[in-house]
Design a protein around this ligand. Sequence first.
Ligand code: FAD
Length: 402
Amino acid sequence: MNLSFTREEESFRDQVRAFLADKLTADLRAYAKRMTSVYAAKPIAMEWQRILVAQGWACPSWPVEYGGTGWSTAQRYIFDVEMARAGAPPLSPMGIGMCGPALIGHGSKAQKDYYLPRILSGEDFWCQGYSEPHAGSDLAALTMSAVDDGDHFICNGSKIWTTHAHEANMMFCLVRTDATGKPQQGITFLLIDMTAPGVRVDPILMLSGEHIQNAVFFTDVRVPKANVVGKVNEGWTVAKYLLEFERGGSAYGPRLLSRVRSLRQIATEEGLLEADFARKLAQAEAEAQALEAAELQLMSEISGGGTPGIKASMMKIRGTELSQHLTELALELAGVYAAPFQPHHTSPGGPVPGFEGLNTPRVGPESAVTVTPKYLNDRAGSIYAGSNEIQRGILSKGQLGL
Ligand SMILES: Cc1cc2nc3c(=O)[nH]c(=O)nc-3n(C[C@H](O)[C@H](O)[C@H](O)COP(=O)(O)OP(=O)(O)OC[C@H]3O[C@@H](n4cnc5c(N)ncnc54)[C@H](O)[C@@H]3O)c2cc1C
């Protein structure tokens, strides 16, 4: 195992740094600094995506023929690290990070040729329709039905927690096309036009007041059979393939470490770096460094032909728990200034009803305004993309043989 970078990789890092210095504008950096959730608002995510697409760096994991970079695993890691260090806003994960790989892995040539360029151009903005009110961790229990009607399916049912459904024009969705066999059988992976008659989207507000998630209802929605990805009744294979991308997607270490550095800087500037807080920060930093080392080790294994396997579960648990811990330290540091609710001084992941256009002055230091919404939003990190209890179950079975 070799964890150090080669000369070529270091020169690649310089190239990425030069690009970020040139193209990541002060406005985009300032926006990202004030973010309160893991999602940048659509206009910002798309602005940054356009810049990355122009550079040819928007979808490193895709095959080169569809716009991928052909980078090695090490180059992709370096890219992630530099994006985190520079404070770049994240792209919306549902198109490039999820629907794209599903189409690349299981879509027809016609689907790839049609949809992949539209993901990159932003013509299509995607949401993920997996969870239902009674099918979250137990996803195979989903019941939204798709009934055969010649060259169409007729869909009825609902999805919940659907991030960006109110902004998306397309949903990749799991529907039930056969209810007679085992729950995992009879599921189909379907692409649904969100503007089709019979689709209704209702907001679900986060604890922070942001509108990012939704409940989506389908009443007799007609979907062409050409929109099936993979085979009818075999959508579970596509869904599982996609979940690996959702969980094992990106490196947590670099972003966590830059957050620790930022907390230390704020504490120093505010004269609040007393011994107990400094010790907590040092502990968090050591844990983030350990996670980064594990991620580098995993990267080295993948470069040698390995797969993430159950280690993706380990990274997800450690990454999200450490992230939540950092939001708690930030809360401690902000003290009373964590109390005022002033989303109009932050970059929320979606509209905060009642606060649009408000221009009352900020209360407290700039560093404190995002602390509480970040704390509240980050509780979701251990729930989505497979809850941490489920990940622990996977680890205990796969690693410990329990
Ligand atoms: C902010 C946010 C964004 C989301 N975005 C999307 C999206 O865009 N698209 C989408 O399809 N879904 C989305 N989800 C839904 C998410 O995938 C589900 O919330 C998640 O899978 C958990 O399902 P559930 O909420 O139904 O909880 P449940 O499955 O009902 O679980 C409730 C609790 O029981 C625990 N539990 C359940 N089963 C077990 C078990 N076998 N062993 C041990 N513990 C168990 C869970 O860990 C959890 O603590 C989002 C969720 C959130 C919070």
